[in-house]
Design a protein around this ligand. Structure first.
Ligand SMILES: [Zn+2]
Length: 269
C-alpha cells in the first residue's frame, strides 16, 4: 500500500497501525491511524474514518480548490444525497455518522452533500417548512471557518427548524444547526450567539410556552441580552450547567449519547 501522499508517519502502539497528520482537519499531531494491512483509517481529531485510506487522496486533491472557493465566499452549487455512491458522499456520510447522527435523521432533515466545498448541506426552511437555502457545514474546515451561508441569507430573521418547533410546548434555543438537530423537534438554532428581535417575533406568534437557552459558555454578553428578551418563556435564566468538557448539544450527544441528552433537557421541565 503506497501511503507516501500522506506525508511522514509515526509508529503507533500497534504494529499494523501507522499514524499520519489527517489531511481532512489540518491536524498536526498525527491523529490519523491507518491500518497498513487493511487500509482502514480513523482520525481521532475530527472523527473521519473509512475502509479505504486511498480515498483520502481525493480529499487532498480537492482541498486547494475548497480553500479558494471559501476565500471567495462561494457556497456550493451542487448537492447530492448522503450515500456511498461516490468518495465524497462516503466521506460526508462517515462524517455525519461520526458526529453521532443517524441515517433516519439525515432523511428527516433532508441532509445533502455539497460536492464543491465538501460539506454537509443542511436545508434551512421558513416557518411553513418551505426550503430557503442550504447552510453548509464544512467537513474540512478552512482556517476557523466551519459554516458557509449564501451571501443573501437573512438568518437574523429566521429560526432553524422553526416549522417543527413552533408547535411544541417547550423548545431549546441553541447557536448552531448541528446542535438543534441533535435535540430533535425541540431544538431551534439562532444561527449564532445573538437572539434577534425578528426571531423573538416568531416566538411571539407560536404555541411555544417555555424555552431553555443553551448558548456556548463563551457567550456571556449575548446570554444576558437574550435572557432579558426571553423572560416570559425562560425555564432557566442562567448559563446551563453542562457536564465537564461539554459545551454544546451536539457534543453532548456525540460523547454521552442521545438518552442522556434527552434526560438532561427533560430535567428543565
Ligand atoms: Zn482529522
Amino acid at each position: 500500500m503506497d501511503l507516501r501522499y500522506l506525508g511522514t508517519s509515526k509508529r503507533s502502539g500497534r504494529k499494523s497501525d501507522l499514524r499520519y497528520n489527517c489531511p481532512a482537519c489540518g491536524d498536526t499531531k498525527f491523529h490519523l491511524y491507518v491500518n497498513i494491512d487493511t487500509g482502514v483509517y480513523h482520525c481521532f481529531h475530527c472523527g473521519l474514518k473509512g475502509k479505504a485510506v486511498q480515498d483520502l487522496r481525493y480529499i487532498q486533491a480537492a482541498k486547494p480548490e475548497v480553500v479558494e472557493r471559501v476565500a471567495k465566499k462561494q457556497t456550493s452549487d451542487h448537492f447530492v444525497d448522503l450515500s456511498e455512491d461516490s468518495i465524497v458522499q462516503t466521506i460526508a456520510l462517515n462524517y455525519w455518522l461520526s458526529r453521532g447522527f443517524t441515517i433516519e435523521e439525515a432523511k428527516k432533515y433532508n441532509i445533502k452533500v455539497g460536492t464543491e466545498n465538501l460539506t454537509i448541506a443542511i436545508p434551512v426552511e421558513d416557518s411553513d417548512g418551505k426550503f430557503v437555502f442550504y447552510q453548509e457545514r464544512m467537513i474540512l474546515p478552512v482556517d476557523d471557518r466551519k459554516y458557509l451561508f449564501p451571501r443573501d441569507a437573512q438568518v437574523s430573521r429566521m429560526l432553524f427548524s422553526w416549522h417543527r418547533a413552533k408547535k411544541m410546548h417547550m423548545i431549546v434555543l441553541v447557536e448552531g444547526v448541528m446542535d438543534a438537530m441533535a435535540l430533535g423537534d425541540v431544538g431551534v438554532a439562532l444561527f449564532g450567539k445573538q437572539l434577534h428581535d425578528d426571531q423573538l417575533a416568531l416566538m411571539n406568534h407560536s404555541d411555544v410556552k417555555k424555552a431553555v437557552l443553551w448558548l456556548d459558555p463563551d457567550a456571556r454578553r449575548e446570554q444576558i441580552q437574550a435572557v432579558a428578551k426571553l423572560e416570559p418563556w425562560l425555564l432557566v435564566d442562567e448559563v446551563l450547567k453542562t457536564p465537564p468538557g461539554i459545551k454544546d448539544a451536539s457534543e453532548f450527544r456525540e460523547k454521552l449519547g442521545n438518552e442522556k441528552l434527552v434526560a438532561f433537557v427533560k430535567g428543565f421541565t
